[in-house]
Design a protein around this ligand. Structure first.
Ligand SMILES: [Zn+2]
Length: 317
């Protein structure tokens, strides 16, 4: 055995040359030792080159909407007293039940400041003579607003319409969660609190009807209607108020400082029909100034709606 040169490192030869005993257990390995693996060295980045940033982690999915964990949390902002919660009908509902066809609704909560306690859906009213007045579509309201409207229909309207008997109240609007005049971001409407009603028309048992905003309808009748409405409700908005109420009348029970009330409804009459005298006057006066005055002013047009009013005809505060 040559021990002067140990070519490849081989522990078996090395042990023999050093005079040690060789255990048969260690006689088997004949492969070379694996070369050490160098750790990766990051490539150098020339000066001025942007340093690549690590890839961003994917964004987590959006959190689900917050769900209130308690009743108190759910009603926060609604000025409700959780202590009032009870399964028993309110005093208001008991009174209303005696004069209207109503169904109690669950308390409405949100979104935002919308909703209210003691809500009802009112399908019809019973006049004092027991006759029934349908409401189309049914009104969804806070009970106190429903009760005030029931008083208005039962106590005021029969006296105003006298021999004409009411059959229905049509085109009515009530609860709807939205901003005033349907403007996004505006303060929540009284409609969003179940505290407002829009009236388009009333129908009588004789087949006729009355549209309170119709310029051709009896003016004194509409003035009486306005006076009664303004006495019952803290807000009455009709034609001439703000451009949003030319085709319906809005009633609500908004509470304001110093019990301020808003009664804005300009009751106008249609101009008298064109006559020969008016034609003659118009011809004489307007020969050089466009069309005759009588023709142009036969019926006063409602004020144009503001541009931001949205779809025409159904804008309500
Ligand atoms: Zn309204």
């Amino acid at each position: 055995m040559q021990c002067g040169r140990i070519g490849r490192a081989h522990h078996l030869l090395l042990a023999a040359c050093l005079g040690g005993t060789v255990s048969p257990v260690y006689a088997a390995p004949a492969e070379p030792w694996p070369a050490p693996v160098a750790a990766p060295v990051p490539a150098s980045i020339p000066d001025g080159m942007p340093v690549p940033l690590p890839r961003q982690r994917p964004k987590p999915p959006p959190a689900p909407p917050a769900v209130p964990h308690s009743f108190a949390e759910a009603v926060a902002g609604l000025a409700l007293d959780p202590a009032d919660v009870t399964a028993a009908p309110s005093d208001c509902l008991t009174r209303l039940d005696a004069m209207a066809l109503v169904e109690p609704l669950p308390r409405l909560i949100g979104p935002g400041a919308c909703g209210g306690p003691d809500m009802v859906r009112m399908h019809a009213l019973f006049l004092r003579d027991k006759s029934r007045v349908a409401i189309n579509p049914p009104l969804q309201l806070r009970c106190r607003m429903a009760e005030r409207f029931a008083d208005f229909v039962r106590d005021d309207l029969p006296a105003i319409f006298r021999e004409r008997r009411l059959r229905s109240i049509d085109g009515a609007g009530s609860y709807e969660c939205r901003g005033r005049n349907r403007i996004a971001g505006a303060k929540v409407s009284e409609h969003g609190k179940g505290n407002a009603i829009d009236i388009h028309s009333v129908r009588f048992t004789d087949g006729g009807s009355l549209v309170p905003t119709d310029l051709l309808a009896d003016k004194s009748l509409r003035e009486t209607l306005k006076a009664a409405a303004c006495a019952r409700f803290t807000t009455v908005l009709g034609p001439g108020s703000d451009g949003y109420h030319e085709e319906h009348v809005h009633l609500d029970l908004a509470e304001r400082r110093n019990d301020y009330r808003m009664c804005q409804w300009t009751v106008q009459a249609a101009a008298p029909p064109d006559t020969g005298a008016a034609k003659e006057a118009g011809t004489n006066a307007g020969a050089e100034n466009g069309p005759p005055a009588g023709a142009a002013q036969a019926v006063p047009l409602p004020r144009p709606r503001p541009a931001a009013a949205g779809p025409a005809g159904r804008n309500r505060p």
